[in-house]
Design a binder for this molecule. Sequence first.
Ligand code: ADP
Length: 522
Amino acid sequence: MYVVQIASEVAPVAKIGGLADVMMGLSRELKWKGIRVDTVIPKYDCLDTHGLSLECVQKGIRSFFDGEWHDHSLWRGRWSDASSGDLELTFLESHNPKRFFDRGCIYGCHDDIDRFLSFSRAVLQWLMGQETAPDVIHIHDWETAAIAFLIRAEPFRTYFEKTRTVLTIHNIAYQGRCQTMDLDRVGVSGSWYDSPKRLQDDFGSDLNLLKGGIVFSDYVTTVSPTYATEVLTPEGGKGLHLTLNQYSDKFCGILNGIDYSYWNPEIDSHIPFRYSERSKAQSPEDKLLVSEKAKNKETLRKALGLKADSTKPLVVSISRLVQQKGVELIRYAILNAHKKGMQYIVLGTAPDPAIQWEFVTLAHTYAHDPHVRILLQQEESTAHRLYAASDIFLMPSLFEPCGLTQLIALKYGSIPIVRSTGGLCDTVFDVDYSKKPFAETNGFVFNNPDVVGLDSALDRALAFWRQDGEAWQSLMLQAMQYDFSWNTPANHYLNIYQKILSRNSYRYETDSTTEYSERATQ
Ligand code: ADP
């Protein structure tokens, strides 16, 4: 089977959030299972090239955009890391004079719709020049959702006749709303798609690329079973619940995994002291787990100028600082860290200038505080060191499709405190209130996204940490022993690929009745 994964991010070379981790982890797991996989993203000028070797393997790939044909080049990359192995990647470089991917960023440009529509079409142009068409094209989020319908239009339709598409929705809040003329630019007839049964937004007059992905893909997944039920409701669907309900027979939730050859304290080259849950059995004095984790904490405290205070647990949040992640509750935890007797470090970036300003102010206020640090940066290595050093991981999300940070925290023995929403419900089981026996619990959960809710879980966790060191160590081990690897989710995806390959393509319509731009189908 030949599968092509296409998205806007892949870890660790082009990463903003969890989508990047999924692209890396799922691609590698499928490869390990013997599948031929190409993992394709745009060739950004801001790629993190550390550990990446790149080679241009093809030039002169022509793709249509806004009335012109533009050249693209194909680059193959190999990212290598001594501990976690190799990752093979494909980058498509655009030579459009608008320099779509030479902006020093992945998202946030005024013409993001143009950037990712042109990329979507160009990837198909490249694939169409290959000897064999992919069996499955797996697209992710609105940025590449257009591939689901472009592939059924000219000039691609015949070549990709047997190819099936899967769309994974990582966060339904981002949908790619656009106008008919945006589709015209990519060589299809925008007005044909402007229909409620195609791309027209269910509650507005715009077109909606994510809706197009849902309507035209052969299968649609989202990233956890609980989120899959939430997005079918008016509150959770963010305007797409009607469409998702209409297509519920080709929709399901598959819990994300994490790549344990990358996120693993036993082999992690970013952390000063390695440790593992298996060490308890190997060393009766539990040296590797407890003492090595403690050394990571002390090293980090020193590096950040925090006080070495053994009476205070180290609480950490690593997050995009956006409303979804409960920024008000993160702010509350910062302001109350002293009162609660904890140390608190926040690592995050805020795309919204108002939130950025608020956190810059907080970062200044706490710049020399002995117990609080706010790091406003995107820094992969720092993230690894924070997971390894922390006792508790705070994640007060208002909604959370899956959440990878709590899965990573579990693996590093950092006990998550989360709100019960989306994938957090499927992965964190409360010490006191889940129906599971203590030996199967792994964290603390609260229901209401307000300070009373947060206090209820945070105070319980802090009291547990202070009162019972032995039981806390057991909890750490339980957390680390949970298996959230990609093995099971990759099998689910393989089942879906096989299922859609064995049946006719979904009952999509094609716009054969419309006039394509002649020039776009040369
Ligand atoms: P989302 O995709 O909604 O941002 P996830 O929990 O699914 O959230 O994934 C977040 C990923 O991004 C994790 O790998 C996390 O470690 C990483 N991350 C988030 N913020 C930062 C940051 N400021 N620096 C480094 N890594 C970060």
